[in-house]
Design a protein around this ligand. Structure first.
Ligand code: NDP
Length: 265
């Protein structure tokens, strides 16, 4: 039996154990996935090793620790400098970021060129760098200026709220946590309304909720999507890594989607 876990703080709300355990069961894979509340991210590696885990997901607020403590970082995660997936192989811990490709997979059905990202936190970094790798030049709009430096250093056009003039974008993505707990918009209404009026697609990474951002996007006639598919695809990609790519993406996706439906997420 191989043991897997999600590390986070808080972690009680995570549905990742259900997605992975259901898929292990359906595929007859001898695996078990649990939750670990981790207060201090610097203890991540010690806890991972002490629990003799084969793999793990790492969520807020420990993704940067996961990057620092991995033995090898694979792919785009090197640039993002934050990881959400670890796998142990021959005594070494390999780290990945599946949030970024998971997001990209979730918007593949859309046709877009110009992208506006609201927010400049960890999720914004992952999505922006992945889109840049795919040939897009997303623009970053954030409440405060401090976090914009990361993006400026990597060639992105960035704005704080006071600097931004609404223009036409095809896709507007909310990566902020505005709307998660309180019903707030991720940017002032006088900036968002004209921006969304000119856009085609509105995507929120928050899942299972009609956020004020998605509600406004729908009111403006945009095609919208919440973060459920991003959650699904980051899980599918992590599952592939956990099980050494022995199952097809299609079969994992099909089963994980079923588990989400059972949960009504
Ligand atoms: P961070 O804490 O790294 O970044 C938060 C960002 O949101 C910052 O840019 C911050 O701006 C901005 N922000 C916070 N509150 C407000 C507000 N009231 N108004 C405007 N801007 C605000 O968070 P993460 O990037 O780690 O997570 C962001 C969201 O992504 C969370 O809701 C999380 O649940 C979701 N998520 C979803 C996933 C999925 O699979 N669907 C995967 C990963 C994350 P400032 O710099 O000014 O403070």
């Amino acid at each position: 039996m191989r043991l897997y876990a999600i590390f986070g703080n808080p972690v009680a709300h995570s549905i990742s154990p259900i997605l992975h355990n259901y898929t292990f069961y359906k595929l007859n894979f001898q695996g078990c996935y649990t939750k670990v509340l981790l207060e201090n991210g610097s203890n991540l590696k010690d806890r991972f090793l002490a629990l003799k885990l084969k793999g793990a997901n790492i969520t807020v607020p420990h993704k940067e620790w996961a990057y620092k403590l991995a033995d090898e970082v694979v792919g785009i995660a090197k640039e993002i400098e934050a990881l959400n997936t670890w796998i142990e192989k021959d005594g070494k811990i390999y780290g990945y970021n599946t949030d970024a490709p998971g997001f990209f997979e979730s918007v593949k059905e859309f046709t877009f060129q110009k992208v506006l990202i609201l927010g400049a936190g960890g999720t914004a970094k992952a999505i922006a760098l992945y889109l840049q790798k795919e040939g897009f030049s997303p623009v970053i709009l954030n409440r405060s200026k401090t976090r914009l430096a990361f993006f400026q250093e990597r060639g992105f056009q960035t704005y704080s709220w006071e600097e931004f003039e609404p223009t036409a974008f095809d896709l507007v993505i909310n990566t902020t946590s505005a709307g998660l707990k309180e019903d707030t918009l991720p940017a002032p209404q006088e900036l968002l309304e004209p921006t969304l009026s000119m856009a085609r697609y509105g995507v929120d990474v928050i899942y299972n909720k009609l956020t004020p951002f998605l509600a406004l996007a729908q009111q403006k006639g945009l095609i919208t999507k919440d973060g459920t598919e991003m959650l699904l695809y980051q899980g599918v990609l992590a599952f592939e890594i956990f099980t050494d790519f022995r199952y097809t993406k299609e079969e994992i996706t099909h089963i994980m989607r079923q588990s989400l439906q059972l949960l009504k997420v």
